[in-house]
Design a protein around this ligand. Structure first.
Ligand SMILES: [Zn+2]
Length: 89
């Protein structure tokens, strides 16, 4: 579960190298769900299929995948701006 570094740097021609499948782990019941993330939107709310808890991103995270997923959302992986709140203010 604990990968030391993002060593998935296989050189490819494709521009889209982001990992799109993330495993969400519920902080409440530890239920895990593997989901495919949308590339053009962030999943802000997710209802746990285990306990029904409505998961929300932690402060500073833009979506539930960044907070509870094994893989962060595509925009974050590509260091793009998405719906993340600006931290400078
Ligand atoms: Zn749960």
């Amino acid at each position: 579960m604990n990968e030391a570094c993002p060593s998935t740097s296989s050189p490819r021609q494709t521009t889209r190298t982001a990992e799109l499948v993330s495993t969400l782990t519920c902080p409440r019941c530890a239920h895990q769900t593997t989901l495919t993330m949308p590339t053009n939107a962030c999943t802000y709310f997710y209802e746990c299929t285990g306990c029904g808890e409505c998961l929300r991103p932690l402060p500073g995270d833009c979506c539930v995948f960044c907070s509870y997923g094994s893989v962060k959302c595509p925009p974050v992986q590509e260091a793009r701006d998405c719906c993340a709140p600006r931290r400078d203010r």
